[in-house]
Design a binder for this molecule. Sequence first.
Ligand code: FES
Ligand code: MG
Length: 589
Amino acid sequence: MSNTKPKLRSRAWFDNPDNIDMTALYLERYLNFGLSLEELQSGKPIIGIAQTGSDLSPCNRHHLVLAERVREGIREAGGIAIEFPVHPIQETGKRPTAGLDRNLAYLGLVETLYGYPLDGVVLTIGCDKTTPACLMAAATVNIPAIALSVGPMLNGWHKGDRTGSGTIVWKARELLAAGEIDDAEFIRLVASSAPSTGYCNTMGTATTMNSLAEALGMSLPGSAAIPAPYRDRQEVAWRTGKRIVAMVADDLKPSDILTEDAFRNAIAVNSAIGGSTNAPIHITAIARHIGVDLPLQTWQSHGLDIPLLVNLQPAGEYLGEDFYRAGGVPAVVGQLIGQGLIAEGAMTVNGKTIGENCRGVAIEDEKVIRPFDAPLMAAAGFVVFSGNLFDSAIMKTSVISPEFRERYLSDPADPDAFEGPVVVFDGPEDYHARIDDPATGITDRTLLVMRGAGPIGYPGAAEVVNMRAPAHLILDGVHALPCIGDGRQSGTSGSPSILNAAPEAAAGGALAVLETGDRVRIDLRRGSADVLIDAETLAARQAALAAKGGYRFPASQTPWQEIQRAVVGQLGNGAILEGAEAYQRIAQT
Ligand code: FES
Ligand code: MG
């Protein structure tokens, strides 16, 4: 923030006495849909509305409606709104992965924010990757920016029970595999979880990332959890529009908000809400684009010991509407502030610190948001893993049940170490083809491994590491087998998995030479996962694979897959386009 009123960027287009030629050209064409010369040369800030909603992006589609209220807010506060599309990212609809499109939407939005006459922007966030894509772009360009969540869907219901989007799919798959429901009931059950417009009503990646956008200070306090169809959502859209105009006047930019303290606050909140294992990827990506050093280990040092307070599916019972009524993100932050776990001085978009916004905010329903001293679970954060199979990976160790511990325990004297033989799958197609095949020899002691699912191997990284157990084990009551993989896991799944392993098999990682039947040892206390073969054998296997041309993965199907594969980094580093990090705060240069 600076005290002198900044010169608006848009003046360089519309009111530039040094370049009257270009000013005339720019003005001439922006007039053609009805804006007036008077408005464009009024000195009023031009505010972009980065529209992520469309018929292709149903989770964010309600932003088409909300944008009207945003416009009214902008106009009322003295700005001029210009709405434009962002490349669609629909988590459930995009093949091969929505992950592929996060960096593409980022690139497109950077070009738009940098190359057009925008003084500030409202980022319309929601479905999983729309949130990081928008925040990453705002970080790179660094013009005043405020995020508006589209809000979760209403709660889903089926025969009197809450059915959460995403989470019900994992449950329904097990019921179908066990022969307890037929195909029609499967579809009905899944459809019941999505009763309205909005994003997933569970604590999946969408609720996680929208909550973390608020925890980072990038959206108005209390706004993330408001369900999409509620009237309050319309109201906060209007407030968001009003606020961005003031932010432009104050020159309050992403770099003023996205500080190291803000990222640490987001990590703490992620543990307390039971946030998705996709959060470290996206938060790392945002941090790298704003230029904040945030080692992956911070997730363990700042997040592991924080308890789970929010009782939402998949870890708990409730859904998005309940979270909102219980107080949403400010109530959670209020609990953490009470324990000194939040850097209270971190600035937020409303011009106040997170401490000023959230200190003393009460929980409205303690069944849904637990007080800090009566949590759902202790130490709910992530452990950061490494070993001879990969340099980094993460695991939510709080989902490990006592029954699971017993099954895989290798040495009663060391209750944090587990061991078992692996069955290896190469990508999701291989897994789907073989999981129920008795020839794979999967037992209740097996560790399932998924490779070829990282940002290069399965372009964008597939959310497939959370593999269900084979049908015969489910019938025996074994629902979850531990999984290890170089891909991601859906935030709506609660299976015990070591995820985001980097480097991935396709980038030369040792997972590429793991063989079915090898034994892997996982040590929760040390944060290690190792295949129990000696270093020489492992090196010999690596050399043999290299001689054959390396790990094989499917060819690119589109130009963007090819381009992204050439420049994308690994999940542990946020899987950003590596060269893009060199471009920071570019609107100021
Ligand atoms: Fe879009 Fe879950 S699929 S938010
Ligand atoms: Mg997802």
